[in-house]
Design a protein around this ligand. Sequence first.
Ligand code: HEC
Ligand code: HEC
Length: 353
Amino acid sequence: MIALATTSVAWILFAVLAIGWIVYGLANIGSSRKEAGAEMELAANRKPYYDDGVLEGRRLEMVQLLGVLLLIVVVVGLPLYWIFEPSRQAGAREGADSRLAGWGEDLFATTADGGFNCAGCHGGMNAGGADAPYSITDPRTGEVRAVTWKAPALNTIFYRYSDEEVQFIIEYGRPYSPMSAWGLEGGGPLNSQQVDSLLAYMKSIQIERVGCAEGEGDPKLCESGQLPEDVQADIESSARASVESGEYESYGEALFNLELNSGAYSCARCHTEGWSYDDPSVPGQGALGWNLTGGSVNSHFPLEEDMVEFIDAGSEFGAVYGIQSQGTGRMPGFGAMLTDAQIEAIVEYVRGL
Ligand code: HEC
Ligand code: HEC
């Protein structure tokens, strides 16, 4: 029915156009110009031109002046173009990034605001972390339990991971947790453009770093930058306080286990099963991250400084680390989040587990 209608409409249009052209043609036959005498007499280009006196006088000077003016335009314009073009391009790139981040912000919003609810679990506005309801099933007894799982702050996610690593987490999720796979690759709803938009948005909400090297660009992402001192001081004082109160025995143990920014700074989140839902098993006994107890980790890193370096940089997909180990990119790098002294204290604790 619809196909029939479209064909008929096309035929009618065709007929109207054809008739229109015929009428136009006929109407124009009547009004066309008559043959206008001999071409020699009438053609405009055959009329006698100015004589030499006129041509080489004021007129020539005017044409030369025009030439000089055009030359000035080229001489000034080209260098100006050369000077301004890079910043124009940078501006265009920035504009595109902020548009992308704007779309990402819409996707990140809570369900009530029409988004995919990243904000609902990771905290609104600055994604400072929150709790997510979840049910876990005990594989031995089949018992189902409702828990709240800590969803870490994301405003330091690029301190810890590279772009590709964050993209992987979004696409494949952390399938043992409330963090489901969001990318089409992992079976989720978001296409690669949407994932890119989310990455751009998360970049825009990173805590600005301090101590960036010159020329490194955006202080939210610069590689040599560190957490600002006040945030750093918070970590330090929470850790010290929990040792003083007797909750933990050492500074390193506190840093490993404390809940800071819903676990954004905590090793235990990945290395202690159950830590994320307040039912921790033996500290360091392994979850997403490997078991760090029993000494196998020390045989992976016979030298303490190699372990410090590994925790500083994190693992990289395919790259070797320690002795005969290969990274997956899932172990975050803490070099920009923790001071050298803090990492050393943690390593001391880990080596004693
Ligand atoms: C139902 C709650 C929930 C929703 C919705 C959710 N997340 Fe998560 N997300 C989590 C939890 C919980 C974790 C931590 C999992 C773990 O313990 O390993 C996490 C982890 C992450 C991580 C890794 C953080 C780290 O430091 O290891 C990123 C990145 C992330 N989520 C991004 C997103 C984005 C982007 C969205 C929206 C598309 C989103 N999340 C939606 C709960 C959620
Ligand atoms: C987001 C999860 C996550 C967090 C948080 C995390 N790790 Fe890991 N860690 C891993 C994973 C996964 C591995 C395994 C290596 C890989 O897959 O690349 C690993 C490996 C390690 C190893 C090497 C183990 C071995 O035997 O080879 C050490 C040591 C380690 N982590 C220490 C830490 C410390 C210390 C912290 C806190 C400062 C920490 N991790 C925080 C996920 C995590």
